[in-house]
Ligand binder design. Structure first.
Ligand code: FAD
Ligand code: ZN
Length: 476
């Protein structure tokens, strides 16, 4: 099927969509449409007859009812920051893009119940700020927060840097409003912390990457805002030492341990070389580093206990050196190193990526074996395993060998993925820890998922989207 044989003649489709959202919010000019067709990694470049931009849940429902009636395929899109191509329409030009960005109201903030009800197009930063305005915390935190949306965060069950303390995106939600494939509105915007009245349907839609329904609003949980934070950049001798330090920090601080991010020397070298203003926080060179943060609800903080814990870790040989942030600026500089880690790999040439998780105890072995298979496959390859060690989630990236041809290197993406994923699977891990499946990992899912789980997923998809119009070709 191409744009030429859409289920409705193009002018009719444009007119009907315009009647729902207003003609100005049905984008068809190449200049307006183009930003919705490409994603950040440059892996996909789709085509579409129209980008439709509803402003209300009722408009989303009307668009879906129309799509269902005629069998029009729909690709939901939020901030377009997804990393697996889930938000990009196919190259055939036979899918409309449903942009949720204009659903951007904060409907309610309830500091007594500690909830806020926000629409899908509110940016993550906007949600964080709305919480801050009532002296609360919405703890989801990731580098794309200025542009990604709550709808996209929930549709991908995003992770980020504070999962260790607060959980993934799905753990931060009490209620969900969803427009189903046929245009019916499932109103689940409850604020209840306890509600065992049958199946908890909201969890079907979170993490479904737009294949089961359109998330239009959510009731999010709020937390007390930390009054102080202790942050350190710590040099460790090995991934095993980092895992030992993680155990020590968890035992010392429990849920107050809000960050435990891991990175290799080569990653730090890239940040220092490519990120303006970045510098090495520790004078000597060490093979591995951890950014560790503890948050406290009291102004006085936990500085002493934090220093004591690091001191004990040093005595135990887990930590070789450490720098504790002495000011908010220093803290920000340490986090900038971690958050710049993805971007600088792009400047360094081709980067082949893996977003994997394994049981925390297996992290050292998986890093060692993963590097070994990659080096055997591509001599001179430069490993950059970094990320959310506290969750067993490693962004196991590899930069191209010095002087290699970028295109030739990137052509080996799938083959390297297969090798690294084999190591991960042998340790009971996952080939997509937090970014999802989208288009990028669809073939991998079919290979690694339990067949009964896959069949159950297909049955759910067929029930909720019998005509297969919601984000076709993604996930399943
Ligand atoms: P999009 O990219 O627009 O869409 C993502 C998926 O959700 C698509 O399948 C789309 O169809 C679907 N979708 C979007 N909105 C809706 C909706 N309202 N209803 C139904 N389906 C919808 N992810 C992490 O988990 N942890 C990280 O630490 C992290 N860091 C990142 C850092 C950077 C710099 C970047 C660019 C991305 C990062 N990501 C991370 C990827 C992450 O998935 C996205 O940033 C974010 O969650 C997606 O939100 P979005 O609004 O941009 O969604
Ligand atoms: Zn991440």
């Amino acid at each position: 099927m191409t744009a030429a044989d859409l289920p409705l003649p193009l002018p009719d489709l444009i007119e009907r969509l315009g009647a729902i959202v207003g003609p100005a919010d049905v984008l068809t000019e190449p200049f307006d449409v183009e930003p919705h067709l490409v994603e950040l990694r440059g892996l996909y470049h789709g085509a579409t007859p129209a980008v439709v931009r509803p402003k209300t849940t009722a408009e989303v429902a009307a668009v879906m009812a129309l799509a269902h009636e005629f069998g029009i395929r729909v690709v939901p899109q939020g901030g377009n920051t997804g990393l697996v191509g889930g938000q990009t329409p196919s190259e055939a030009g036979d899918e409309i893009v449903l942009s949720l960005k204009r659903l951007d109201r904060i409907r309610e903030v309830d500091p007594v119940t500690d909830t806020m009800t926000v629409e899908a197009g509110v940016t993550l930063l906007g949600a964080q700020e709305a919480a801050e305005a009532v002296d609360r915390l919405f703890p989801l935190s990731l580098a794309a927060e200025g542009s990604c949306t709550i709808g996209g965060n929930l549709a991908t069950n995003a992770g980020g840097t504070q999962v260790i303390a607060y959980g993934n995106a799905r753990d931060l939600v009490l209620g969900l409003e969803v427009v189903l494939a046929d245009g019916r509105v499932l109103n689940g915007l409850g604020k209840l912390r306890k509600d065992n009245t049958g199946y908890d349907l909201k969890h079907l839609f979170m993490g479904s990457e737009g294949t089961l329904g359109i998330i239009t609003a959510a009731v999010l949980k709020l937390w007390p805002r930390p009054r102080s934070q202790s942050t350190a950049f710590v040099a460790v001798g090995s991934p095993a030492a980092a895992v030992a330090l993680l155990g020590r920090a968890k035992r010392a601080f429990g849920p107050a341990l809000t960050g435990f991010e891991f990175m290799p020397r080569f990653g730090l070298d890239l940040v220092v070389a490519h990120l303006p203003g970045a510098r090495d926080p520790i004078a000597d060179r060490h093979p591995w580093y951890v950014l560790i943060e503890v948050s406290s609800a009291s102004e006085a903080g936990v500085e002493e206990a934090f220093e004591a814990m690091l001191g004990e870790a040093m005595e135990a040989g887990e930590v070789d050196d450490a720098v504790i942030a002495g000011s908010l600026d220093q803290r920000a500089a340490l986090w900038r190193i971690r958050e710049g880690m993805s971007e600088v790999q792009g400047i360094e040439g081709g980067s082949i990526k893996h977003d994997v998780s394994v049981p925390i105890a297996s992290v050292p072995e998986v890093i060692e074996e993963g590097i070994r298979v990659a080096e055997a496959f591509i001599p001179g390859i430069r490993p950059v395993p970094f990320g959310h060690l506290g969750d067993g989630n490693i962004h196991f990236n590899f930069s191209q060998p010095v002087g290699a041809d970028k295109a030739e290197y990137l052509a080996k993406w799938d083959e390297l993925n297969d090798r690294v994923h084999a190591v991960v699977l042998a340790h009971g891990g996952s080939v997509s820890a937090e970014h999802g499946i989208g288009r990028l990992k669809k073939h991998a899912l079919a290979e690694v998922k339990d067949p009964v789980a896959l069949a159950t997923m297909r049955a759910i998809k067929a029930t909720l989207d019998p005509k297969g119009i919601l984000n076709p070709g993604k996930v399943l």
